[in-house]
Ligand binder design. Structure first.
Ligand code: FAD
Length: 304
């Protein structure tokens, strides 16, 4: 199928892209890797009158180390570049572990880090990873009055959205129509912290039936100082299982404690039945994945 007609813009600067967004608002859509947007246009599920292609804006690409030991990943960075980055491997091992599970290599060659987050598919890996890591989203729009706000004289307004406020529901984020996601800020992992990721899908490259990621920080005496378990493909967005943190807080992370934490999750989740899996099977997978990722995260935290 072919998409309906649209106007196409290829801005060379963020300022130009933001000015186009300010002019066209709801009528326009940003084109990043096109791996989700173009198929939905071909199926006529999305019919934007205007496409603003970010692929020519050089400063929207790149992975940078921050002084505090964290990372900045620019929105247009290809998923494949994140997957192959040694900086990501050392500073955000959870992201590094998960990247090969996103779609297929051909899709990751074009698909972008920011595109996946802006798209907010409930079965996507990256929203769950960002929630587990406590990332912040850097979002820009054109200033109302064209005021110059940056050193290089751009008329840009920036806001930082904590990940907890970014994902609002099914394919919905806190981004306004005239806003652009420009960068993700991933904080450093505290000492004695381990992370782990796992998903179950029918075939390699398919969206997961259920996926989970965990972070566990151990106190000096070996008890759990804090922990997070986040699911994807089990709700309308990434699902933080708060009961896990409550059950594990301050206790020794034994097999029994991890099992109890995994069991507590059952009361918190409400999976659906669809053509890929029944709700009962998803519940079962949620338990199994919780035990596995929490167990691995604990072992990795001990080895830190
Ligand atoms: P696009 O398709 O270009 O854009 C997606 C949406 O985000 C559009 O609405 C666009 O306007 C908006 N957008 C993009 N960038 C910005 C920005 N900087 N600021 C504001 N809005 C923006 N994904 C997974 O997570 N896991 C999978 O297992 C998976 N499997 C897939 C299998 C197939 C066969 C296909 C075709 C896709 C799959 N995907 C999967 C999706 C893939 O990861 C996409 O790359 C991703 O969802 C969208 O990224 P993109 O850069 O292609 O964005």
């Amino acid at each position: 199928m072919k998409p309906p007609p649209f106007q196409y813009y290829a801005p060379k600067t963020r300022e130009e892209a933001l000015s186009l967004l300010a002019q066209h608002g709801y009528e326009a859509k940003i084109l990043a890797g096109g791996q989700s947007l173009v198929p939905s246009m071909n199926f006529r599920l999305a019919q934007p009158g205007i496409l603003i292609d970010l692929n020519g804006i050089d400063d929207l690409f790149g992975i940078h180390a921050t002084e505090d030991g964290g990372l900045r990943i620019a929105a247009m960075t290809r998923q494949r570049d994140v997957e192959r980055s040694t900086l990501v491997q050392s500073r955000a091992p959870l992201v590094y572990e998960a990247m090969p599970y996103i779609a297929h290599p051909q899709i990751r060659n074009r698909g972008t880090f920011g595109g996946s987050l802006a798209h907010a598919d409930p079965a996507a890996e990256l929203p769950a990873l960002m929630l587990a890591l406590g990332a912040q989203m850097s979002v820009e729009r054109a200033t109302d009055d064209g005021r110059r706000t940056t050193d290089d004289g751009q008329s840009i307004q920036n806001r930082i959205v904590p990940v907890e406020e970014f994902f609002l529901g099914l394919f919905t984020t806190a981004l306004e129509p005239e806003e652009m996601l420009v960068e993700m800020l991933i904080p450093p992992l505290p000492p004695r912290t381990g992370t782990a990721f796992e998903e179950v899908s029918r075939r390699t490259g398919d969206y997961a039936m259920v996926g989970a990621c965990a972070t566990v920080r151990l106190a000096e005496d070996g008890t759990v100082a804090d922990s997070k378990l986040v699911y994807f493909a089990i709700g309308e967005g990434p699902v933080l299982a708060t009961s896990v943190s409550e059950v594990l807080q301050g206790v020794a992370p034994t097999e029994e404690a991890i099992r109890a934490a995994a069991e507590a999750v059952d009361a918190e989740i409400d999976p659906d039945t669809d053509i890929h899996a029944t709700a009962a099977y998803r519940r079962h997978l949620a338990q199994v994945l919780a035990r596995r990722v929490l167990g691995r995260a604990v072992e990795r935290a001990k080895a830190e």
